[in-house]
Write a protein that binds this ligand. Structure first.
Ligand code: AHG
Ligand code: MN
Ligand code: MN
Length: 335
């Protein structure tokens, strides 16, 4: 029997009426992200056709088609948010500096800034493996009516008002939180509609999956090495299973559903790891905590870190509570 699933549109409207004194700006912003997600999904889906279409269309002097997909995703997201005149500023992993948005009729009246990793896991595009988009939303701290400043973007992760990701996988899903749990919506591509398929997503307390680029093993801190050995030992419910897609969004998504830990430690070759605090770690940490999981840099909570620059990197450990706690024990032994 067919079950009636709520659409993302319906869900946003319902949520909006729960906050009766808000202006609806955040709802409009989530709506704009929903639209951008559909546009990028369409492009990502035909990634494998780029060469074929490029060769066939001699009226089309390439350019757009051949653009790298992460540049394309960046432009689509920024353009959609700009067109809807819904944010006062955007920072993106693909841009050196933040973008100030002064919409036509309102002179910097919007109160939210958005930070995005437009295409996460870009090394997976060529090989037809899942990629994603990550977004993070803050209320500006400078007064409305003035242009945004760097400090509007350098807020602690715990100040986020919403965060989420889109995973362009075997199905396309949009997963997000506005601070009252995490909900996942699956796109029906025939209709272009997202349906609430995964209400109230939560990390299982414990899991059996660890996700890390073990090629860097020799460079990890001793505590991290010990934890990896712990995952591999034969004892109780161990050894755990190793799964690493190389696309944070997809690795996180799987671990949240099945139970697991994602790790991108610092190493002798990458002093602060690889992942970006503002575009990757903070939004994923916010979702993790909203979903009963934990996220840390190996010592403390990701969401408490005071950012100092837009493209700052931090070590990142995130997932099922008991797994992150065990990792902390291992690291503390060598501190
Ligand atoms: P991006 O494609 O936005 O640069 O991010 C890739 C990130 C992350 O998604 C992934 O988990 C990690 O880099 C993989 O790095 P390694 O190839 O070093 O394992
Ligand atoms: Mn990324
Ligand atoms: Mn990226």
């Amino acid at each position: 029997m067919l079950k009636k699933h709520k659409t993302l549109g319906e869900f946003i409207i319902e949520n909006q009426s729960a906050f009766q004194y808000t202006s609806g700006e955040l709802s409009k912003l989530i709506n704009a992200i929903r639209l951008a997600a559909k546009v990028v999904n369409h492009e990502v889906n035909k990634a494998g056709l780029v060469d074929i279409l490029g060769a066939a269309g001699d009226t089309n002097i390439q350019g757009e088609n051949q653009q790298k997909l992460d540049v394309m995703a960046n432009e689509k997201f920024i353009q959609t948010l700009k067109n809807r005149e819904i944010v006062c500023g955007i920072a993106s992993e693909e841009e050196d500096d933040f973008i100030t948005i002064n919409s036509s009729d309102d002179n910097h009246q919007n109160k939210y800034v958005v930070l995005i990793d437009p295409l996460d896991g870009s090394s997976n595009i060529d090989v037809n493996v899942s990629v994603g988009t990550i977004f993070s939303i803050y209320r500006r701290i400078t007064p409305v009516g003035t242009p945004v400043e760097l400090k509007d973007f350098l807020q602690k992760g715990r100040e986020q008002v919403a965060a989420g990701y889109i995973v362009y996988g075997t199905s396309t899903m949009l997963v997000y939180s506005t601070g009252a749990g995490v909900n996942g919506f699956t796109l029906n591509p025939a209709l272009g509609t997202f349906y609430l398929s995964h209400p109230d997503m939560e990390f299982p307390e414990s899991g059996k999956i660890y996700s890390v680029n073990e090629g860097n093993y020799v460079h990890f801190l001793q505590g991290v090495k010990d934890y990896i050995k712990y995952c591999q030992e034969e004892e109780g419910d161990r050894p755990y299973t190793s799964r690493y897609i190389g696309s944070l969004v997809s690795d996180f998504h799987r671990n949240m559903i099945k139970g697991g830990i994602y790790m991108y430690p610092k190493s002798n070759i990458a002093e602060n790891g690889k992942l970006r605090l503002l575009y990757e770690c903070n939004p994923m940490a916010y979702l993790a905590e909203q979903a009963n999981g934990l996220a840390s840099d190996g010592f403390g909570r990701i969401l408490d870190i005071e950012p100092t620059e837009l493209h700052q990197r931090v070590p990142f450990f995130c997932g099922s509570k008991n797994m992150v706690k065990k990792l902390h024990e291992c690291i503390a032994k060598h501190a």
